[in-house]
Design a protein around this ligand. Sequence first.
Ligand code: XUL
Ligand code: CO
Length: 439
Amino acid sequence: MPNQQAFPDLPTVRYEGPDSKNPLAFRHYNPDEEIEGRSMRDHLRFSVVYWHTFRGALSDPFGAGTAIRPWDDGSNSVENACRRVRVAFEFMEKLGAPYYAFHDRDVAPEGATIKESNANLDAVAEVLKEEQERTGIRLLWGTACLFTNPRFLHGAATSCNADVFAYAAAQVKKAMEVTHALGGEGYTFWGGREGYSTLLNTDVKRELDHLGQFLQMAVDYKRKIGFTGQFYIEPKPKEPTKHQYDSDAAACLNFLREHNLLEHFKLNIETNHATLAGHTMEHELEIALAADALGSIDANMGDTLLGWDTDQFPTDIYQTTQVMLRVLKMGGFTTGGLNFDAKVRRESFEPMDLAYAHIAGMDAFARGLKIAAAIRADGRLEDFVKDRYASWDDGIGKRIESGEADLSSLERYILEKGEAEPNRSGRQEFLENLINEFL
Ligand code: XUL
Ligand code: CO
């Protein structure tokens, strides 16, 4: 039974079907319902983030935090941190979220020394472990916060100061150990300040090489402690820096390839980061998929009228459909999941807003999953794309794909043929209308 402390007005959220008017029920997320032979729970693998949901004060650059969190005494004590863990698990259990994710410094307070910080983290990890065992909720991934403390103002692994690199390494070592001890299924590297504000003071080549070394050390240590979770890199183009090195999926893949790290990492793609990079989310997912490197998703959405990382809860069904089309195309998540890296608006300051927000996100993705599965079952979209490339299935196309052609043989072919037939229509509007049939 869930604890009944911090969320007295939140019952265990249940599926009531599309006609329900109960705002504390799911209309579409029916965890045991099978889609393409797999339960919705296993398709979606929802994860609650600790940082926004339990540490976000709802401040913005112009104003103080507005969040009302009666269980939190606002202190930096380990006791407060441990109480918060119980609240987090009460919330996640009532919500029916199977996973969560955290940074080291979200769950436990930073001490005066790294030794003290490690002891704090160990103390809180004990409670995390207890609550994981009590509820069956698991850790999707852990990570280290290498961007909040002023020591990281020039970056962490890409800092101009070698001592800062060493500090970050020590912090990652500990965060990985704790993630491992908690049975984490992954570990994420988001380069909070791994980039630059101006090139005038920056040795790009040296910084990138340091980042490569840093990640290699993490790979080595992972092997040493027998941690088998998946490593992820999370692309983001800017904010807080002017430019982050891991700016988008393609840049991350190139970096990993250049530093011989590709086999050790997959990508954790975040919707609002994709749009900040000037891409659609589906573009980023396709690029990751094409390299067989799509690992996990930080599920949120941005606001096209605002130029920053608003981290809103994903409620746009068109977008969740596009995402789930790619997840299904991949054959489903293995270690990854849909991690709600999202925060309620500053105006949504009551504890119950956390529940409404997650229910909205979960239902939007459940609907996206159902719609995506229906589009796939219908088959017209897939057939159209397949057909569009039919010229590659035999004849000259097949010879090119199989490596049998060269420039001379292609010249002979086209001299004989005379002209390349104009291709068929791309039918974009027809396809957009086809998608709308299913919404
Ligand atoms: C920042 C962001 C991070 C990562 C984890 O924009 O998305 O919270 O997900 O460090
Ligand atoms: Co994120």
